[in-house]
Each structure stands twice: as structure tokens, then as C-alpha cells.
Ligand binder design. Structure first.
Ligand code: NAD
Length: 335
């Protein structure tokens, strides 16, 4: 599959803009014979995902990266000198990439990036949008891209920053079977479970269902630990019991919201990093909007959305991982 990707002669390479550093320009030309991958959005998730992509494709592909935050893009290129270089804009990536990944916060960011790059996309290029966004925006962007003769799949992920770093993400792919097959070898560099869900937008549908469950579960786990504490139970003991009982979940055994229970999760690092509470609030909003469009009753999903909206607006919780809902709840329930 990789060999089937279009290869371009060095002479066909567009000239690098002056914003490129001499070193980056040199790298870009030295890898001119290789097919080009692009990655736009190097945040909590995008950075480690692109790092795995760079690591596993360094021999076969060059990688162009871009982020609103130029310092992050420069840091990424410096960390992957063999294959990665910074593009001066998202559009510059579109003009050169054979396969282009986007990992952006929300639908409005995807809309604005794709509106900007769609005219520049190479014929037959494949776009892989890994952001979590609403189904309607995903299908609309897919129409724009396909109208230009390029291809696109939505491929949102589950697993968090730990799985993004370990390369063990789950991808939920929406698009044609052929486009999903083209994306698969690249997704395998970043994840270990790849599901083709159906047409464009169905990857987002699966992701929205998953995150609604996760959001509800984290609120439930936080309530259980707050109640347990107020009943005099030590959190570590309660956690041992839950993890060998029917209350066990990913939120108890892997991503526990109580500081100190799981090492290396945001809760044990003052809730820094991870999956921002504002992003969870956004995803719960996607779920409640999808539920009202399909007239699906989601009592717990709607209640959890209200909780995350309040937590995301709290000064002490802003910018923190969504498991900070436990800290917020524990403070409210303090005796
Ligand atoms: P983030 O806010 O950390 O990263 C987003 C990045 O996109 C930032 O670096 C930002 O500078 C960049 N960006 C924004 N607009 C841009 C633009 N127009 N052009 C270029 N760069 C731009 O978010 P994240 O946590 O990495 O999440 C990204 C997506 O993945 C979201 O849709 C989120 O819901 C989803 N997600 C996150 C997690 C997680 O644990 N963090 C897990 C699964 C899915």
C-alpha cells in the first residue's frame, strides 16, 4: 500500500517559503523523493500521535507539521530531525501532503482549517480527521474535500494521552472502505484497534457514544469516591474493592480521578494534561445535540453535561483534565 502512494519527482516539489529555516529547508529537499505526510494540530493528543507516525515512517515518508503555536511545531521538528519539518501554514501542508492528518479541538476549528486548505489539496490526497466533532460538520467537510477530487475519513480516537504516547489508541473510522484501507497502515502506527464504522460521519457517531459513556462514568465514579470518603472509607481500600467488584471501569482501574491511586494519570499530577474538562463538556454537548436530533432519551447524558458545564466554568478547574470533576465534587461534599 505504501508503495502505491503517489511519488513526486524532486523537480515537481513546490519551492519552500522563506519562513522555512535553512535546516528545515535542507531536510525538506533531502526527503523530496519520499511521499509526504502532513499533521496539523500538535496538542495533548496530536503531538504524541505525530511522534509515533514520525518514528515509524522516518525511512519511507517525510512529515510536515503545523500548529497555531509555532513553538510547539518547532519543538516537534527538532525532536524528529530525520523526517519532520515545520510548514509555514496549513495550506502549505495541503499542497504537498499525500496523506494529511488533522487533530484539532472542535468542529469550528476543523471547519476553518478545511475551508482554508481544501483548494490546495492534491488530487487523490487522503485527509484523516482525528478530531472529535459533530457528525454534521464531519459529513459537510467530507463533501468539500471530495468535491475537490481528494479523499477523507473521519477517524476520532479513544484512549487518552497515555494511549496516544504508547501508540495503542482505538480509531473509529468513517468513510468508504477503500479510503479506510488506505488510512489503516498509518493508523496502525498510532493505534492498535482500528474499526471501520461505515460512511463519513459514522466514526464520529461511535466516538460521541463512547465519550458520553465515559463522561457519565467519571461523574459516577467521582460520586462513589466522594460518598465513600464521607462514609469513612479510605479511597485506596474502596478502589481495591471496586476493581474486584461490579463497579470496576476504566475510570476506576486505569484513570482514577482520586489523586495518588493511579500513578502517571492527570489526577496524580494536579489534574494537569490529559483530556481537558472543556473538551469533555464539548463532547457531552455533541451527545445531547445528537440525542435531540434523533429523539433519543439520554437522561444521564444530559445530567452529566450539566455537571461538566459547571466544572469547566470553575476558575480552579479551567484547563485541567476532566477527572477534576472529582476534586470539584469532593470540595462541594466536604463536611
Ligand atoms: P489540544 O487543545 O491539546 O490540542 C489542539 C491543538 O490544535 C493545539 O495545539 C492548538 O494550538 C491546535 N490548533 C487549534 N486550532 C488550530 C488551527 N486553526 N491551525 C493549527 N493548529 C490549531 O486538544 P487535544 O487534547 O489534543 O484534543 C484534540 C482532539 O482530540 C479534540 O477534538 C478532543 O476532543 C479529542 N480527544 C482528546 C483526548 C485527550 O485525552 N486529550 C482523547 C481523545 C480525543
Amino acid at each position: 500500500m505504501l508503495a502505491a502512494l503517489p511519488r513526486r519527482a524532486a523537480s515537481a516539489m513546490p519551492s519552500c517559503a522563506s519562513a522555512f529555516s535553512a535546516a528545515a529547508r535542507c531536510r525538506a529537499y533531502s526527503s523530496a523523493a519520499k511521499p509526504t505526510l502532513g499533521f496539523i494540530g500538535l496538542g495533548q493528543m496530536g503531538y504524541p500521535m505525530a511522534a509515533n507516525l514520525a518514528r515509524h515512517t522516518a525511512q519511507t515518508h517525510s512529515l510536515l507539521v503545523h500548529d497555531h503555536d509555532a513553538a510547539t511545531a518547532a519543538r516537534f521538528a527538532a525532536a524528529h530531525p530525520q523526517s519532520a519539518s515545520v510548514a509555514e501554514s496549513a495550506r502549505a501542508i495541503a499542497e504537498r501532503a499525500d496523506v494529511l492528518f488533522t487533530m484539532l479541538p472542535a468542529g469550528k476549528h476543523c471547519r476553518s482549517v478545511y475551508a482554508d486548505i481544501v483548494e490546495g489539496l492534491r488530487h487523490d490526497a487522503l485527509c484523516v480527521d482525528c478530531s472529535t466533532i459533530d457528525v454534521a460538520t464531519a459529513t459537510e467537510i467530507a463533501k468539500w474535500v471530495k468535491a475537490k477530487g481528494a479523499k477523507i475519513v473521519d477517524a476520532p480516537v479513544s484512549g487518552g494521552t497515555g494511549a496516544a504516547t504508547a501508540g495503542t489508541l482505538t480509531f473509529m473510522v468513517g468513510g468508504t472502505a477503500a479510503d479506510a484501507d488506505t488510512a489503516r497502515p498509518f493508523l496502525e502506527k498510532m493505534g492498535k484497534n482500528i474499526y471501520h464504522c461505515g460512511a463519513n460521519g459514522t466514526g464520529q457517531a461511535a466516538k460521541i457514544c463512547n465519550n458520553m459513556m465515559l463522561g457519565i462514568c467519571m461523574v459516577g465514579v467521582s460520586e462513589a469516591f466522594t460518598l465513600g470518603k464521607n462514609l469513612g472509607l479510605a479511597p485506596t481500600l474502596l478502589n481495591q474493592i471496586l476493581n474486584t467488584s461490579s463497579g470496576r471501569s476504566w475510570c476506576t482501574d486505569t484513570y482514577n480521578p482520586v489523586p495518588g491511586i493511579n500513578p502517571n494519570v492527570p489526577a496524580s499530577k494536579s489534574y494537569a494534561g490529559g483530556f481537558g474538562v472543556a473538551l469533555m463538556s464539548k463532547d457531552m454537548g455533541l451527545a445531547t445535540a445528537a440525542a435531540s436530533q434523533t429523539q433519543t432519551p439520554i437522561v444521564l447524558g444530559a445530567a452529566a453535561e450539566q455537571v461538566y458545564k459547571r466544572v469547566a466554568a470553575e476558575k480552579d478547574c479551567k484547563g485541567k483534565d476532566f477527572s477534576v470533576v472529582y476534586q470539584w465534587m469532593a470540595a462541594a461534599g466536604e463536611k
